[in-house]
Ligand binder design. Structure first.
Ligand code: SAH
Length: 396
């Protein structure tokens, strides 16, 4: 098989490139494009031989695109215009301009790329930008399938529900294609091994998200309802939420978090939650232990903003959360802190988030990239295993 020539747009720290490698298909990234200089430093350290253009996509001419003669586009357009916390400006948001530019260029290329894969946040599927994309693909006679998938579909204990579209330049449909429907789990190509579709953990996550209203804070892309005060148990958590968490922790098709944690010598003390955050946000934290089989979506504010940006890790596994939070309100600040500190709560390290995202052990950050920047870049990135599997479906 000839090497597939790949154009990686909005390359960030190279999640798409990692996925391409993980897919094992013979390929070469002919150019990666991104304007973020910090992301580009990380990309260059990890893919030193890949040409990286540090410029805006709108600044690349049709002629330049044509010269690259690529067979595949992998892209993650900026998601803020479509997120719940973003202003949802959709195509009127200036950040969508580069994407519309790509849609304008595509039909005019001398050679249409055979394969396209796009990743975005949940919410993109109802945007005008998505409709424009579909219109362009249909005009160019691509076959396509849309997905809403989370790493939990692959047994990875992290929720990160994302929109994906794969498109191939061919007239016949994909074998797994379901016209007019978004797939919420990976299709099984081998019917003998097919998982029970309706009961899949990924589908459950999808339903729990779509059935919930937007939370008031809006900063959580794991979707929550807004229950009344009397509905809460000892923590700001309803019986329903607690049950869902327990169910997930008992689902043996998911790995335990401990498989993704660092056991090398990195100085972990800097990742413990400062007392101020503990006191202020204790009730809002999603707390998990190493033997849990779940974690909430890590977003770019992780380690900085506490609420809804991702789970925190309880290192003292033997302590029951309930024993800490029962009758908590009656305690003095000092007593509260004392109780909370017994949990030994810390943030997941950037390396651990990279592990959950499926980045290989050799992936690294340049020393000068701060912890906050690492969280930010990882929060914008993607799950490598999920995309690798989609690339295989696309090319297969
Ligand atoms: N998939 C990437 C992250 C994508 S986030 C990863 O694995 O890291 C979106 C990226 O698009 C950001 O890095 C941002 O810097 C870049 N970007 C946004 N608008 C752009 C534009 N007009 N031209 C080039 N890059 C852009």
């Amino acid at each position: 098989m000839e090497r597939v020539r790949v154009l990686e747009l909005y390359s960030g720290i190279g999640g798409m490139h990692q996925a391409l490698r993980a897919s094992g298909i013979p390929s070469e990234v002919v150019v990666a494009v991104d304007v973020n200089t910090v992301a580009n430093d990380v990309y260059m350290q990890n893919f030193p031989t890949t040409p990286l253009w540090p410029k805006t996509i709108e600044g690349i001419s049709l002629k330049e695109f044509d010269r690259l003669s690529f067979d595949m586009i992998l892209m993650s357009p900026p998601c803020q215009p479509f997120t719940r916390i973003g202003r949802q400006g959709d195509i009127s948001d200036p950040r969508t301009r580069s994407f519309l530019y790509i849609l304008d260029i595509l039909p005019r290329l001398t050679k249409l790329p055979k394969y396209i894969l796009l990743e975005n946040v949940k919410g993109f599927e109802t945007s005008t930008a998505r409709d424009e994309l579909i219109r362009t693909l249909e005009k160019c006679e691509y076959t396509y399938q849309e997905f809403l998938l989370s790493p939990t579909c692959l047994g990875i204990p992290n929720s990160r529900l994302r929109y994906f579209l794969i498109a191939r330049l061919q007239s016949e449909p994909f074998t797994f294609q379901v016209p007019g429907r978004i797939l919420t789990d990976f299709p099984s190509l081998d019917p003998a091994n097919s998982r029970k579709f309706e009961g899949s953990i990924c589908l459950k996550e999808f339903h729990s998200l779509v059935s919930s209203k937007d939370s008031a804070s809006g900063s959580n892309d794991n979707g929550r309802q807004c229950p009344q005060k009397e509905d809460f148990l000892y923590k700001l958590e309803t019986a329903e939420e607690l049950e869902r968490k327990q169910q997930q922790d008992n689902d043996l098709s998911l790995q335990m978090l401990k498989d993704f944690l660092q056991d090398d010598g990195e100085e972990l003390s800097q990742f413990f939650l400062p007392p101020k955050s503990l006191l202020r946000y204790a009730f809002l934290l999603d707390i998990v232990t190493p033997s849990c089989r779940r974690s909430t979506c890590f977003t770019k504010g992780y380690g900085h903003y506490v609420e809804g940006t991702g789970s925190v890790l309880q290192m003292a596994e033997d302590i029951q959360l309930e024993s800490v939070f029962k009758f908590f309100e009656a305690l003095s600040e000092e007593e509260k802190l004392l109780k909370l500190s017994t949990l030994k709560l810390r943030y997941f390290t950037p390396r651990e988030i990279a592990n959950l995202h499926g980045f290989p052990p050799e992936f690294g950050f340049p020393d000068k990239v701060t912890i906050k920047q690492r969280y930010r870049l990882l929060g914008n990135s993607l799950n490598v295993q999920v995309v690798a599997k989609l690339i295989l479906l696309l090319v297969g």
